[in-house]
Design a protein around this ligand. Structure first.
Ligand code: UDP
Ligand code: MG
Length: 321
């Protein structure tokens, strides 16, 4: 029987407490998959953690020959850390997993089964989010729906980064080198055969979410500006609408002055019009600025991440990762 290679890529930022628990669960799953002709590997990416994460990872790698480690030179953010990890997976499929246990590793066999049925992108879709406040759930819910309306790239709703990518989907993803990496959108852009696996998102094993409200807000902006130019078009339409209203009002003012003999314009009306126009212009400028800023960042062509250390798996290893 053909043996398949699967590398589980885990980005971790300050996850010293959660990692040992995750590794135990993951190892059990990979042991079971062994019998199913799947060679499992694990690649932990330390995204510039400031706690003991790297030491913990070293210990895990020493104890399990299937584990390889990558450490970035600083905290580059989850998306860059995942990119770094996926770049190192040279053979076989890759599966992305959160370090905090919110994506249950026990589901991996289901993902593998779907992959073997021929799907290239098997993604976990959250049925429920446990241990997260109503605000986070509501805003996440709204975000996915807005994204879906704004963007032409298909982005499945309520789907995070928990997913398995076939070798060809992985190769395709690797060609997308943009700096502003809205991963959900990039996965969607790649296309191929996709299928979703519903699951219940569990509470974190330990620690707190690394994504504050502000970070999530920026993440949402990132998603919208990376995968849609709808805001620019909106600015055009708002401008057109405003201009039409302004022309109509100007005609009325002229008409009043010429035919009704009323030369004095009211100060309140003037203020209202000036402030309104000023506001609309600033908003439109801001939108353009969002895109311009991103263009500037892309044009610098810096690498997406820098590697501090790379420790390949020691054990029964056939590929690099
Ligand atoms: N993460 C990372 N770099 C960061 C922030 C987060 O690698 O700068 C990792 C984190 O360790 C975890 C995953 O990304 O494995 C998801 O983060 P978190 O659980 O904080 O996000 P949430 O589940 O709340 O969306
Ligand atoms: Mg989490």
């Amino acid at each position: 029987m053909r043996r398949d290679l699967l590398t589980v890529v885990v980005a971790a930022y300050n996850e010293a407490e959660a990692l040992p628990v995750l590794q135990r669960r993951l190892a059990a799953v990979l042991d079971a998959l062994e019998a199913d002709a799947v060679d499992g590997r694990v690649l932990y990416v330390d995204d510039g953690s400031r706690d003991d994460t790297w030491q913990v990872m070293r210990a895990l790698a020493a104890a399990d020959g299937r584990v390889s480690l990558l450490r970035l030179s600083r905290n580059f953010g989850k998306e860059a850390a995942l990119t770094a990890g996926l770049d190192l997976v040279e053979n076989g499929a890759a599966l992305i997993l959160d370090a905090d246990g919110q994506d249950p590793p026990e589901l991996i066999p289901q993902f593998v089964a779907r992959w073997r049925e021929g799907y290239d992108d098997v993604h976990g879709t959250r049925l429920q989010r446990e241990g997260e406040g109503w605000f986070k759930r509501a805003s996440a819910h709204a975000f996915y729906r807005v994204m879906q309306r704004l963007s032409r790239t298909p982005i499945p709703v309520d789907t995070g980064d928990f997913r398995l990518l076939s070798p060809r989907a992985l190769a395709a993803l690797r060609q997308l080198r943009e700096r502003h990496r809205f991963m959900k959108g990039l996965f969607g852009w790649v296309g191929y055969e996709r299928v979703s696996v519903p699951y219940r998102r569990e509470p974190r094993l330990a620690g707190d979410s690394k994504f504050s409200f502000w970070r999530l807000w920026n993440f949402a902006l990132e998603g919208i500006t990376s995968f849609s130019t709808a805001p620019l078009r909106l600015a055009t339409y708002v401008g057109l609408g405003t201009a039409m209203l302004a022309f109509a009002y100007a005609a009325w003012v002229v008409f009043k002055a010429v035919f009704l003999g009323d030369p004095v314009a009211g100060w309140p009306t003037m203020m209202a019009v000036i402030l309104f126009l000023g506001g609309v212009q600033l908003i439109a400028l801001g939108m353009i600025g969002e895109y311009l800023g991103r263009l500037y960042e892309e044009s610098k062509q810096r690498p997406l991440y820098l590697v501090d250390s790379w420790l390949p798996a020691t054990g029964v290893c056939s590929g690099r990762a």
